[in-house]
Design a protein around this ligand. Structure first.
Ligand code: MTE
Ligand code: MO
Length: 383
């Protein structure tokens, strides 16, 4: 693989792997604004970043179980109505490092910042599919298509040198309310190379793995995508399953992400000055479920207070207020006086009253995905 033409990246990113490039921002940088700046948005790649240098000639095909396969160019995409969707993208491997402390897991280590909240711009996939004759709110196409597969330009070793790919159900792809985008803008700017230039999929509320970057083709399929990342990765197994007894076909590919929280204003272990401290972080849930509450404890989880929360503290990229935040995280905050030493804990409740598990052990899984256990940090007052 050729990594000689990678784009420039911000020096403050914490690099988890150089080739392919995988990096996350420092915790405190992550919550310095409601919308994550592109530079500080985590980068999750499985191969070299593709180069598309002639935007006029760039195109992607729509093929598979449809009457008339079609080639679409950026001018076709730019002609469609542009939607602006604020959506949090989260890697299923977010907080994996903490899960591997319980018992070793396979996968790239991530702290708590394999997540970001951006303002994405582009046409809805539902409008693009309508262009090629698939009506809104389809459950199946006349030729039996039930899934929409996204295939990328990039090449990765997990696919034996083939492209990264994933699929979503056609019902979601053709549902305008699901806000699935073919995005060409991120935070009001042209999408950059790391994040999928010139065109990527954004599937709000779903683990990042399904938001395919560098779109090369869309295939309408009867079955879900058979790619590595759908069938042999990004599935949630119980703690009893290990590498000697795993049967991948017993589980569905993970789609929606569960309710998640993390404290970003503090490290795992902190020594602070006497006085008040700020406990600040993010909370988010998948599948269009919002956050109902964030609870914070400074005594390891005995006594809780409810944190204040906000969204949209001045989104700089949109002139009107028509965009919604139903796919976006909330930033929460609590000020607290702490004793000599404290275990600070945060957990959230989503609008379906889903809660987070108290301990990581009960959700341990061999791939180390979806660590949504209560987030705990330790603080000691230094004199
Ligand atoms: N798309 C392609 N083509 N190649 C990839 O490696 N990684 C996926 C997804 N889309 C990936 C991809 C994963 S696992 C995640 S979490 C998100 O992209 C990360 O998107 P970001 O790098 O823009 O943050
Ligand atoms: Mo991911």
């Amino acid at each position: 693989s050729d990594y000689s033409q990678e784009p420039p990246r911000h020096p403050a990113l914490l690099i988890n792997c150089k080739e392919p490039f995988n990096a996350e921002p420092h915790r405190s940088d992550l919550i310095s604004s409601y919308v994550t700046p592109v530079d500080f948005f985590y980068k999750r790649n499985h191969g070299p970043i593709p180069i598309v240098d002639d935007i006029e000639r760039y195109s992607f095909s729509i093929t598979g179980l449809i009457e008339n396969p079609k080639e679409l160019y950026m001018k076709d995409i730019w002609e469609l109505p542009k939607y602006i969707v604020t959506a949090t993208l989260q890697c299923a491997g977010n907080r994996r490092t903490a899960m591997s402390k319980t018992r070793n897991v396979k996968g790239l280590g991530w702290d708590i910042s394999a997540i970001g909240n951006a303002v994405w711009g582009g046409p809805k996939l539902a409008d693009v599919l309508e262009l090629i004759g698939i009506p809104k709110s389809s459950q199946i196409t006349p030729s039996g298509g039930k899934h929409v597969e996204f295939v990328s330009i990039d090449k990765c070793k997990e696919e034996n040198g083939g492209p990264y790919k994933a699929s979503i159900p056609i019902s979601q792809a053709t549902n305008p309310e699901a806000d699935v985008l073919l995005a060409y803008e991120m935070n009001g700017e042209t999408l950059n190379r790391d994040h999928g230039y010139p065109l990527r999929v954004i599937v709000p509320g779903v683990i990042g793995a399904r938001s395919v970057k560098w779109l090369d083709s869309i295939n309408i399929l009867a079955e879900e995508c058979q790619g590595f990342f759908m069938q042999r990765d990004y599935k949630m197994f119980p703690p009893s399953v290990d590498w000697d007894n795993i049967n991948w076909s017993t589980r569905r590919p993970q789609m929606d992400f569960p309710v998640q929280t993390a404290i970003c204003s503090l490290e795992d272990v902190n020594v602070v000055k006497p006085g008040k401290i700020t406990i600040k972080g993010y909370a988010v849930s998948g599948g269009e479920r919002g956050i109902d509450r964030v609870d914070v404890s400074i005594d390891g989880g005995k006594i809780w207070v409810e944190a204040s929360r906000f969204q949209k503290a001045g989104i700089p990229y949109i002139s009107d207020d028509t965009s919604s935040d139903k796919w976006a995280w909330v930033i929460f905050e609590v000020e607290a006086d702490i004793p000599e030493s404290a275990e600070i804990v945060a957990k959230a409740v989503d609008t379906a009253a889903n809660v987070q598990p108290e301990n990581v052990e009960v959700i341990w899984n061999l791939r180390g995905i979806l660590n949504t256990s209560w987030h705990r940090v330790h603080v000691r007052v230094g004199h």
